[in-house]
Every structure is written in C-alpha cells, then in structure tokens.
Design a protein around this ligand. Structure first.
Ligand SMILES: [Zn+2]
Length: 172
C-alpha cells in the first residue's frame, strides 16, 4: 500500500516502529517543540547554550517553525512524499509558520485526500522531531531514504491502527 515511498528509493523495510498516532498528537508535539525551543532561546540568552542552529540543516536558528515548516531537510522529505502522491512540489523558499505550511501543502491535494494528509502531516512532524533528537542526543543521522522508509513503516502501523484515510491517500 505505501510501497511507493520505498520504490521511490529502491528500498523496502519492515522495521517495526512505534504504535498509534493521530492528528491530535500533532498539537502536543508542536507544543513540546515550542517549549523546547523557547527553553533553548533562554539558555542562549544566558550564555548557557551554544548550539543554536537547526541540527538538521545547520543553516538557520532552531525554532519549531523552522524545523517543521521551513528546514531544507524537512522540505526534501515533503518533496519526496508529494512525488509519491503524483504532486510536483516546488520547494518553497519563504519561511513560514507550521500552520501556514500545513495549509499550503493541504491545498495542493484534492479534498478527499485532505483528512488523510492531516494525519500524514502529524506523522512527518513526529519523524522530523525524532530525527532532530537523534542528531542532538545520540549523534545519529538518517539519510533521506532512511527517513522515508521509517515514515512508510510508521504509516503502515498507523493505518493498521485505524488511520483509514491515511491509507486511502496512498492507495487511490
Ligand atoms: Zn534546518
């Protein structure tokens, strides 16, 4: 069902991921990310923190909006995912908020795909957050194909757990 992501990369994996996620979890994730980045900002102001750049691209200051909406690495992930959906996504150059990016991407899809996309957006943000933490705390860096494979594996689990609209997104 979701093998398009894998076939795009010429690889496939059945690595088990974590369990259920849903759109509501995106709100919690983003709240955590904003608290975290605000805490980093505070530590930087007090000279307690030197790491200020995004751990994914190392080009821009780390904020939740940058990480989830404007980071070049995040946008590469989205570009590949949209390609599997048959949508040519020209990479946006303008930085914006997470909400603006979500609405922008959502508007590129037919109406019957948008609910499934909401779940996918939460899933991708979760994976980006996991990548960010892996790079900072464990010095683990995933390649783009590895990130796409793990998103696919996680999406399969979410579909099995009941995210039917997410499944339809990739089967229609
Ligand atoms: Zn970045």
């Amino acid at each position: 069902m979701l093998t398009m992501l894998s076939s795009l990369q010429g690889q496939h994996s059945k690595r088990p991921g974590r369990s259920i996620g849903c759109w509501k979890s995106l709100g919690m994730l983003l709240a955590c990310a904003q608290i975290w980045t605000a805490w980093i900002d505070r530590r930087v102001r007090h000279g307690l923190e030197t790491h200020t750049n995004c751990p994914l691209c190392d080009q821009e200051p780390e904020t939740s909006d940058h990480l989830f909406a404007s980071c070049s690495v995040t946008l590469q992930v989205w570009h590949a995912i949209f390609a599997t959906l048959g949508v040519n996504l020209s990479l946006p150059r303008i930085a914006c908020s997470i909400m603006e990016r979500w609405l922008e991407f959502r508007a590129l899809l037919p109406g019957n795909w948008q609910k499934g996309f909401d779940t996918l957006f939460a899933l991708v943000c979760w994976r980006i957050w996991k990548e960010r933490n892996g790079r900072i705390f464990r010095a683990q860096v995933s390649t783009l194909p590895q990130m796409l494979i793990s998103i696919e594996s996680e999406a399969e689990l979410w579909v099995l757990a009941g995210a039917k609209r997410l499944g339809r997104l990739f089967s229609e």
